[in-house]
Design a protein. Structure first.
Length: 296
């Protein structure tokens, strides 16, 4: 693994930071810790240096197209491409209960639209059989949405990016025009965040279909439960990045690592075994956490 190149966006803190640490610990040769703020990024790298790890730092603003383009050029020039991309950058809503147009645009810009910019510039430099992990949330489960028009459109087999974009702009227009209908949603709190994560889970399927070259794209709710982020929350992203069978593609995982390890680390998780263990479609019936909390 010493020749592999990995990137974790917005990784100067939280799950992203712990993911960088564990990728370094597993022997990935070039692990990029990225942050929007230079000083915070350098401080995070220095902290890992003191632990004996040597991640690389890049100042990256995922909402700035020029910044993403320059980063892609840097990766291509220095390493010839990228093996592992973990899209970790994400923000919550400013208010738990109030949904404003300005804040909704801010949240969707970072959580969803930035992935389109990354897809535009970084996907072309992904190496064959690379792995992409989109960090999402249980808020991305389709059961958070009750409007059946959008449920059906976002769960169809031939979903397109246009479907997702129109869903997002439907939400924007509803907020802007004051026409949000509570009956369209399971819950109204942190609504823009929920919309963004539903969009990311749907986008993962689209990206998998178009990327080719043996590359896998999966999305993941990494939270092991219990509130505040914990060290084990970063175990699942690392497992998807390094250990899961390459044939597992276009899936949404909602699974604490302790259960993942118990169920799947004993032998490779092939597509056939994956289907046999969990026989439901993505965005379909919600599985219980006792089964494995994983959705495909």
């Amino acid at each position: 693994m010493a020749d592999k190149v990995a990137v974790v966006t917005d990784s100067n803190k939280g799950i992203g930071f712990d993911t960088v640490r564990k990728l370094c610990k597993r022997g990935i040769g070039y692990v990029y810790l990225t942050a929007t703020e230079l000083e915070k990024g350098k401080e995070a790298v220095e902290k890992l240096n003191k632990e004996g790890f040597n991640p690389l730092f890049y100042e990256l603003n995922v909402t700035d197209e020029h910044s993403v383009k320059k980063f892609a050029e840097h990766l291509k020039e220095k390493h010839g491409g990228l093996d592992i991309l973990i899209n970790n950058a994400s923000v919550r809503t400013a208010s738990l209960v109030d949904t404003t147009y300005e804040d909704s645009v801010r949240v969707l810009d970072i959580n969803y639209f930035s992935l389109l910019t990354i897809q535009k510039y970084i996907f072309p430099i992904l190496k064959d059989n690379a792995r992409v992990i989109n960090i999402t949330s249980e808020c991305g489960h389709i059961s958070n949405l009750k409007n059946m028009y959008w449920v059906n459109r976002l769960t169809k087999e031939d979903i397109t990016q246009e479907d997702i974009d129109e869903f997002v702009y439907w939400f924007f227009n509803s907020v802007k025009n004051g026409t949000l209908n509570e009956d369209d949603f399971e819950e109204m709190y942190i609504l823009a965040y929920r919309i963004s994560k539903i969009a990311v889970c749907a986008l993962t399927r689209v990206q998998q279909r178009v990327v080719g070259r043996g590359i896998s794209v999966n999305s993941l709710h990494p939270d092991s439960g219990g509130g505040s982020p914990k060290d084990e929350d970063s175990d699942s992203p690392v497992y998807l990045a390094l250990d899961i069978d390459q044939s597992v593609k276009g899936k949404y995982f909602w699974i604490p690592y302790v259960i993942l390890k118990t169920l799947f680390l004993r032998k490779p998780l092939t597509s056939h075994r994956f289907r046999n263990l969990v026989g439901v479609s993505l965005f379909g019936k919600r599985l219980t956490r006792h089964l494995c909390g994983m959705l495909i």
